[in-house]
Design a protein around this ligand. Structure first.
Ligand code: GLY
Ligand code: MN
Ligand code: MN
Length: 454
């Protein structure tokens, strides 16, 4: 099933280079005073049931700054008087643990990767961090990730710590570094873009594998199985967020993820699913007809959404406000619904935030930043003003229209009852214009009808 659609998957990009990771570190420390200690905790493993854990996912900030994604770890940066020093605490070599749980790089193995200057066993963390804290007057720490670390810092900052009592040294300022790191993560490097392109390439092919199935009579979770199987077959790490597979009326529920209804010929199925690749998310939605042929009514709505999506992609230009794609999509959706007789208002009236009827059928934003997190970090309105798009930013473009005839708050036009359509791509902003990273996933009406299984 997968051989054919994955045969043209481009080769996987090389792992991140040492230069790349060191450059990220330097960009962060260039704005820090030399009396700063940066602590980057990794979340603890989390129990699913009894002795079974959820699949481990480290902190995106720690991965970004050290390229390290293993549990029981912590990163740090401090200035030793002549330069910034980056360190990692990791699980030490332990043959018995490795026989049961998997091989570990250990302290020496991590150091050999070249991404940090120092490495230590996580078991030595308490003593080493206590010393580091005594030498710093400013601590950068995101709290509530690792409560033991929070407590170490809290004690160091109170007068009960011995060095403070004896010598008056120790941290006095505590700051959350998340916003500083977010500002860096917002602009993707060439190496990051290669990872994101590969994630989108895998996801696109997994979507196509699902499209090709004759899906009349299949359960939504059969499509979910194929698409998520495709993520792993293609070399991805599994889903970046729970897959949405909604056929017929289920497509009118924005975050539907029950995924347990039958697909019936004549329905449109909406699939919002994307893999993670080396920590980077892809986020793709396609909507296509079970059985392979759109009805006239479905074509009408699909065409409006596709036109809106293309207009929004065109608006992803350097120097445009981040919400220009949203405004472009809203305009085309409103024009389309007025032309179809769904909205009986003027264009300006339809677009009004309070009284416009567009929001009856389009109630979400047109996109979000995409990166290590599917809803990636980065302030949309720094100082209250819309951020202007820059080369290297990646955002999703995902307009939709949702006609839930079940809704008591609106009167759904019978012709479009229970049609839900969203089209979502991952778009890189460049000086030369928008680049659609997910362009290997078909979205034109005719292309879909040619691919979707009868
Ligand atoms: N898949 C989540 C989103 O589209 O934002
Ligand atoms: Mn999205
Ligand atoms: Mn999505």
């Amino acid at each position: 099933m997968f051989d054919e659609v994955f045969q043209d998957l481009p080769a996987a990009p090389a792992p991140f280079s040492v230069d790349e990771v060191r450059a990220r570190q330097a960009r962060l420390t260039s704005s820090l005073s030399k009396d700063t200690l940066l602590l980057l905790p990794a979340p603890r493993e989390s129990t699913r049931s009894n002795d079974v854990h959820y699949r481990y996912r480290s902190s995106s900030d720690l991965m970004y700054l050290t390229d390290w994604d293993q549990p029981e770890s912590m990163g740090y940066a401090m200035h030793d008087g002549s330069s910034w020093v980056w360190g990692l605490f990791v699980q030490p070599k332990d043959t018995l643990k490795e026989i049961w749980e998997g091989r570990r790089l250990g302290v020496d193995g991590v150091l050999a990767l070249g991404m940090v200057d120092r490495a230590h066993s996580i078991h030595d963390r308490e003593d080493i961090v206590r010393d580091l804290l005594n030498d710093a007057s400013r601590v950068l720490l995101r709290q509530h990730v690792d409560h033991e670390l929070d407590e170490l810092v809290r004690v160091a900052m109170t007068e009960r710590s011995r060095p403070r009592q004896q010598f008056g040294t120790g941290p006095v300022v505590l700051e959350d570094p998340s916003a500083r790191i977010a500002e860096l993560r917002l602009r993707k490097s060439d190496e990051e873009i290669a990872m994101m392109r590969h994630a989108a390439d895998i996801s696109s092919r997994a979507h196509v594998a699902a499209m090709k199935l004759p899906s009349n009579g299949l359960n939504e979770r059969h499509l979910q199985a194929v698409i998520e199987g495709g993520f792993v077959y293609g070399g991805g790490d599994g889903w970046a967020y729970p897959s949405i597979v909604g056929s017929g009326v289920n497509a009118t529920v924005l975050h539907y993820n029950v995924n347990n209804d039958d697909c019936v010929k004549g329905d449109v199925v909406l699939i919002d699913a994307g893999t993670e690749y080396r920590g980077y998310a892809s986020d793709i939605t396609r909507s296509w007809p079970v059985g392979g042929t759109f009805s006239e009514a479905q074509r009408e709505i699909y065409t409006v959404v596709l036109d809106a999506q293309k207009a929004a992609i065109d608006a992803c230009q350097v120097g445009e406000p981040y919400n220009a794609p949203h405004e472009a999509a809203r305009r085309v959706l409103a024009e389309g619904l007025i032309a179809l007789g769904v909205i009986n208002q003027s264009l300006d009236e339809a677009l009004d935030a309070e009284t416009g009827h567009l929001r009856d059928w389009y109630m979400h934003n047109t996109g979000h930043w995409l990166g290590l997190d599917v809803h990636d970090v980065g302030i949309y309105r720094p100082n209250g003003e819309p951020r202007l798009l820059e080369s290297g930013m990646v955002l999703t473009v995902e307009p939709g229209l949702y006609f839930g005839a079940w809704r008591p708050d609106v009167s759904c036009p019978p012709r479009y009852a229970d049609i839900g359509i969203r089209i979502e791509d991952d778009v890189l902003v460049t000086e030369a214009g928008p680049v659609v990273l997910s362009d290997a996933c078909p979205k034109e009406l005719d292309a879909l009808e040619a691919i979707v299984g009868a």
